[in-house]
Design a protein around this ligand. Structure first.
Ligand code: AMP
Length: 507
């Protein structure tokens, strides 16, 4: 092997962000910060407080809240076994018996949540372990001892030695869990919470769709289901988007009924869908069984004409739901919020009822929904809490940012106010002190760590987009008069330290 080839081999492999994830970098992160800051301000004016729930929760929480049949839970969650810390990590076939006893105890005490397949798996491992022990002790014989040992290892590997947890695919379930866990029903109702942070779904990545994406959302929990609450929640999102000057914002609303009227409509829909089953694609065919409402979401071109002829939920709402929906629309009008009605807007998650809404924005191609939300009155109860009204929304922050960027709202690179060009040991001390004083006055300052010639320093200041270069050499230090160069026009002036601060404050 040539020397060059050997060197090449030694070079360690490079890492890349995992598919569907990405680094958010400056200057783009400045826009993210502005968006988040604006959300905090606007939501604050509506009386919301921030909740920061954990990034992972028991898988069961999402299965129950979001729904086992949904795409999110059935195939998109990042789920793993969180191995019980009460189990030692290393065990050998020789002491497997003791280890398995311990596992049994942990199942019994509830430290590891019990599921029937765990019980079966444990029994299989115990039986196989006995068999292998007998073989090792020479009290029995096997035609193929290595196969028996291999089987034991495979069975052991499949054993769940801890609890199933998942990275959160959304945060409403967590907010409801927290509402129950912290007895928030005892606070003045409703409790108004907002959150922001990463969510995780193993979806097919494309523009505007990531596996780690960010949501900004809010929930109103407890109190009444007065239509004014629904309208105010929507008004808040629209105010936020307006403040950000998001372009092409379109709000769609719908009501998907309640536990009384929706099941009857769903059955009617299913019956109608069965009549046209042959004309539908495989996804919609499957959904006739699992979740017929989702067929209405279909974007498949050939299905559109068929879907348009299906019965509409608006014609099948019970009196209370119809009244509620009418009142929500009146309340939106009262607030000057413009909306479109879309009877096909059903939302993907199981927990929604009555009001649902979606907001789209421009410049996003096929993934143009920037916000989805709705009412979920039964959810807290479903998670073991008291009957509680609830409504909320989640904004896709990645898409919001994309849309802002498409409409020219990209932030300019953050330049420095002052670049300190210093030369000589004396100037070094002055430079450090000057940097401290300027920074504490709120200016952004670049202080080069090592001495460099003035020419090079000024070039560097230019590249960084600094407004001024503060030139500190022996002369400046002795005289106490510093040189400030305005980089845009190349003019220079001499200033004492107080004069400098004064000048910068005014400029
Ligand atoms: P959902 O939680 O599914 O109601 O989604 C609410 C909003 O989150 C959507 O309207 C999107 O803007 C955003 N969103 C959902 N999934 C993704 C994803 N995989 N990548 C980026 N944004 C997403």
């Amino acid at each position: 092997m040539s020397e060059g080839a050997a060197k090449k081999e030694e070079k360690p492999g490079k890492f890349q962000a995992i598919r569907g994830t990405r680094d958010l970098l400056p200057p783009e992160t400045a826009l993210w910060n502005r968006v988040e800051q604006t959300a905090r301000e606007i939501f604050g004016t509506f009386g919301y407080g921030e909740i920061r729930p954990p990034i992972f929760e028991p898988t069961e929480l999402f299965a129950r809240a979001v729904g086992g049949e949904t795409d999110i839970v059935s195939k998109e969650m990042y789920t793993f076994v969180d191995r019980s810390e009460k189990l030692e990590l290393h065990t050998s076939i020789g002491n497997l018996g003791v280890f398995l006893q311990k596992v049994r105890q942990l199942y019994k005490s509830g430290e590891i949540s019990q599921e029937s397949q765990d019980q079966m798996g444990l029994e299989l491992v115990e039986n196989q372990s006995k068999k292998v022990n007998d073989l090792l002790a020479g009290t029995s014989k096997s035609e193929d001892a290595s196969r028996d040992i291999y089987t034991l290892i495979m069975l052991f590997e499949a054993l769940r030695l801890g609890n199933d947890i998942s990275l959160r695919p959304e945060a409403t379930a967590s907010a409801c869990r927290a509402y129950i866990e912290h007895n928030m029903q005892q606070l003045p109702q409703p409790v108004k919470l907002y959150y922001m942070g990463p969510m995780f779904r193993r979806e097919r990545p494309q523009k505007g769709r990531y596996r780690q994406f960010y949501q900004i959302g809010a929930e109103v929990l407890g109190g009444t289901d007065a239509p004014a609450i629904d309208a105010e929640v929507i008004e808040m999102v629209m105010t936020f988007f307006e403040k950000l000057e998001l372009k092409g914002v379109q709000l769609s609303v719908n009501s998907i009924g309640c536990r009384e009227c929706r099941p009857k409509y769903v059955e009617l829909l299913r019956a109608e869908l069965l009549k046209v089953k042959d004309k539908l694609g495989p996804d919609s065919q499957r959904r006739i069984d699992t979740n017929p409402l989702r067929v209405l979401d279909s974007k498949v071109k050939e299905e559109q004409a068929i879907i348009e002829k299906l019965p509409r939920i608006g014609d099948h709402l019970c009196k209370q739901c119809a009244d509620h929906y009418a009142a929500v629309k009146r309340e939106l009008d009262l607030r000057g919020v413009k909306y479109r009605e879309n009877w096909r807007l059903v939302r993907g998650l199981d927990y929604y009822m009555r009001t649902t809404f979606e907001i789209t924005a421009q410049g996003l191609g096929s993934q143009d929904a920037v916000c989805g939300g709705g009412r979920y009155d039964g959810l807290v109860e479903l998670l073991g809490g008291p009957p509680t009204k609830g409504i909320g929304f989640a904004i896709g922050e990645d898409r919001l940012i994309l849309s802002l960027q498409e409409s020219g709202k990209a932030p300019v690179a953050q330049g420095r106010d002052v670049y300190i060009a210093w030369m000589g040991e004396n100037a070094r001390g002055t430079a450090v002190r000057a940097a401290k004083a300027l920074r504490s006055a709120g200016f952004s300052v670049e202080l080069p760590p090592v001495e460099q010639k003035f020419g090079k320093a000024l070039g560097q200041a230019d590249k960084l987009g600094a407004k001024y270069a503060l030139i500190l050499g022996d002369n400046e230090v002795t005289s106490g008069e510093w040189t400030l160069k305005t980089l845009a026009d190349g003019t220079q002036q001499k200033l004492t330290e107080p004069q400098l601060l004064d000048f910068l404050r005014k400029s």
